[in-house]
Design a protein around this ligand. Sequence first.
Ligand code: ZN
Length: 150
Amino acid sequence: MNALKELYQQTILDHNKNPRNFGELEVCNHCAEGHNPLCGDHIDVFMNIENDIIVDVKFKGAGCAISKASASIMTTILKGKRIEEARRLFESFHDAVTSDPNSTIDEMNLGKLAVFCGVREFPARVKCASLAWHTMINALANEELLMVKA
Ligand code: ZN
């Protein structure tokens, strides 16, 4: 295993062990539930969107290390981003994890998401890595009345 791969592995294990933005949002107007039956991963994504900007985002759920780390890293990237940027990131991420394992990865463009490129070699894991992203895209479409939890 080369040094870069090892670093990627460590990043995934760290986010799985200490997921960022884990829990429910007190103020939430977009949410969705995602399920990956192939692996048993289950993730809820909560977002508070104001003027097309993702002001806050959190997730909860249970699943394998890849699904949890992917959700955790996604939330750290999306906070403060515009909706169209979030959609563009989803496209880049999706293209990268479903690309030919022998093709070159645009690490500059992917940034932190490059850690998941290893799943290209394991088609069964692609759904684990992309579950949070698909759920986030569904949440963008699910606008709900602003819920404020006491
Ligand atoms: Zn999984």
